[in-house]
Design a protein. Sequence first.
Length: 235
Amino acid sequence: MKKAFLLLFLTISIGINAQSPIGSWESYTTSENGDKLRNVLIFADGYQVLSTYDASTGKFIQTNGGTWELKGDMMTEKVEFHTGNPDMVGEEVSFKVVIFENTIEIPDSGMTLSRIDDGTPGKLQGAWLMSGRIRNGETQTRDTNRPRKTMKILSGTRFQWIAYNTETKQFMGTGGGTYTTIDGKYTENIEFFSRDDSKAGLSLEFNYEMIDGNWHHSGFSSKGDPMHEIWSVRK
């Protein structure tokens, strides 16, 4: 009987730590002014981003993210961008996490987030880097190894793009919300946009297709300009 109980205890313990953080998570907090803030955390394979914005207006508050690695219940992140503290860019931080099926807890910060999705159903889940554009029929490539990056992280239902420079620690902009991939159409529903809060609530539809493993993304930008971007999976 004791042996069976011990086996059950070990199974539960291992099961908690074996849960994958891949997907998206959320929590709500209140600002000093009493505004309701939404915190959204997206994990893709090897990369993550945490953002905070006003739950009612979409006003952007802050974002940070970079790489992540989980060993047991200890997560180590290397910061690539941080609007609240740019000096942290390049630093590694480690902290304990407790991952259940539908919640993730970060005891040191007192934060508990609830799962939004597990990386499904969207077909573009993962971390991507802009690797080129097509203009006037000509392909213009971009070196994805350079410090200046435009990254897009998608869960099964959430997306966020971030433009930043790991060398200068400069942050250029970000935006995010929900997305769908249906019949070759990729639709973004913007919930926050750091460069222009008025874009919150806007929906944009694009054509998308996979060509040689790259995501081709074409249509019109939030400014109404034609665009054809090429995104490559971040290794």
